[in-house]
Design a protein around this ligand. Structure first.
Ligand code: UDP
Ligand code: MG
Length: 153
């Protein structure tokens, strides 16, 4: 089972889209193993968006991500990283396919309502960045046998 990190961004919190986003993750069969509201600061965002710190829009991205608390969600499932990225859609909401979270709920490149890990390696780093070890609950729900075959496929 693979894990992925999702951030419900201020643009989703302010627009009351939290329930919709969590509902979609759950309906897909992803198991929530961590859930936490937190106020991000510049330090954690410079780390999280290290690949973007030199881009001209970075100050706007910082302000956008600190506008209000975010909700960090850790999920697990088969190919969870790729599955979640596919559900989230293209970065720019105006170009994201209908049926994806960004494609259905936003038009912006920056105010694109969610973050999702882009590789299993980055997911492991990001989960550690946003959750303490004892904030992740790696349990197996009772309905697990309705999600996969007996070998986990
Ligand atoms: N972003 C932006 N302008 C851009 C590209 C990215 O404001 O031209 C923001 C946007 O909120 C995006 C985040 O920076 O979600 C991280 O960018 P990345 O390229 O990693 O996209 P993602 O992985 O979120 O699709
Ligand atoms: Mg990214």
């Amino acid at each position: 089972m693979e894990s992925s990190l999702i951030l419900i961004k201020p643009s989703a919190i302010e627009r009351f889209l939290t329930g919709e986003i969590i509902s979609r993750l759950q309906k897909k069969g992803l198991i929530i193993t961590g859930l936490k509201m937190m106020q991000l600061d510049e330090k954690i965002l410079r780390e999280h968006y290290a690949h973007l710190v030199d881009r001209p829009f970075f100050p706007f991205l910082l302000a956008s991500m600190m506008a209000c608390p975010v909700i960090a969600v850790c999920v697990k499932g088969k190919n969870a990283v790729e599955a979640v990225r596919n559900m989230v859609g293209f970065t720019d909401g105006s170009k994201a396919a209908p049926g994806t979270i960004r494609g259905d709920y936003c038009l912006s490149n920056q105010e694109n309502i969610v973050h999702a890990s882009d590789s299993p390696e980055n997911a492991a780093i990001e989960i550690k960045r946003f959750f303490k070890e004892d904030e992740i609950f790696d349990y197996t729900p009772g309905y697990f046998r309705y999600l996969y075959d007996p070998e986990g496929h």
